[in-house]
Design a protein around this ligand. Structure first.
Ligand SMILES: CC(C)(COP(=O)(O)OP(=O)(O)OC[C@H]1O[C@@H](n2cnc3c(N)ncnc32)[C@H](O)[C@@H]1OP(=O)(O)O)[C@@H](O)C(=O)NCCC(=O)NCCS
Length: 174
C-alpha cells in the first residue's frame, strides 16, 4: 500500500494505491460503464493466472480508479511490460491519482526486474498525454491499431480505425 496526501491543506484528499484483491470486485463493478461492463471480473481472473497485475487507486478510502501491468508476452502485442487500461473515474480526476497509479505500476515493474515500461495511447488524448510526458514517457515513433478503447469516455465516439502511439519510459534513468 502506498499513501500520499494532497498538499492543498483543508479538504485534502488521501490517495492510496495497492494491488487489487477479489474483495474489490463489487466496488470495481459498481463503477463499470456500459462499455466496461464485466471487464473488472475478467481482469481479476487474469491476475489470478499470473503475470498480470491490477493496481487500484483509492481516494479517501474509496476505489476511484485502476491500472494494469501486463508482463505476458503471449497476448498478441510485443510490448513487455505494458501499462494498460489506466482509468480514473471522472469524479476523482486532477487529484493526483492517475500519476500515483502510474508510479505504483512503475515500482512494481522495477521489483519484477524490468528496466522499462511501454504503453499505447491515442495521440489526441488530452489528459493522458500530458500525464505521461510529465512522468517521463516519450513516444517511440511506433503506432498500432488501438486496443484499449474501453478506457475512452463516452459512447460511440471516435473514428472507426483509431490508432495508438507507443510510449516508453526507462526505469533506470532517475
Ligand atoms: C488520464 C487520466 C487517467 C488522468 O488521471 P488524473 O487522476 O486526473 O491525473 P492526475 O490528477 O494524476 O494528473 C497528473 C498530471 O497529468 C496532467 N493532466 C491530467 N489530466 C489532464 C487534463 N485533463 N488536461 C491536461 N493535463 C492533464 C497534468 O499535468 C496533471 O498535473 P496537474 O493536475 O498538477 O496539472 C484520467 O483523465 C482518465 O481516466 N481519463 C480517461 C481514461 C484515459 O484516457 N486513460 C488513459 C488511456 S491511455
Amino acid at each position: 500500500m502506498r499513501r500520499s496526501e494532497d498538499m492543498a491543506g483543508a479538504g485534502r484528499a488521501s490517495i492510496e494505491t495497492r494491488l487489487a484483491t477479489a474483495e474489490d470486485l463489487p466496488a470495481l463493478e459498481a463503477n463499470e460503464t456500459a462499455k466496461t461492463k464485466g471487464l473488472s471480473a475478467s481482469y481479476l481472473e487474469e491476475q489470478a493466472k499470473g503475470g498480470y497485475y491490477v493496481v487500484v487507486g483509492l481516494i479517501d478510502g474509496e476505489i476511484a480508479g485502476r491500472v494494469i501491468l501486463d508482463t505476458r508476452d503471449d497476448d498478441g502485442t510485443p510490448l513487455v511490460p505494458e501499462m494498460k487500461l489506466l482509468w480514473v473515474y471522472p469524479q476523482g480526476r486532477r487529484k493526483g491519482l492517475g500519476a500515483a497509479l502510474t508510479q505504483h505500476l512503475e515500482e512494481l515493474a522495477r521489483e519484477l526486474g524490468y528496466d522499462e515500461v511501454f504503453l499505447g495511447v491515442t495521440p489526441d488524448n488530452p489528459a493522458a498525454i500530458p500525464l505521461y510526458v510529465g512522468l517521463g514517457y516519450a513516444p517511440t515513433g511506433e503506432h498500432r491499431s488501438a486496443i484499449n478503447l474501453s478506457v475512452i469516455d463516452g459512447e460511440g465516439e471516435g473514428t472507426n480505425d483509431p490508432i495508438e502511439a507507443i510510449f516508453r519510459k526507462s526505469l533506470t534513468v532517475r
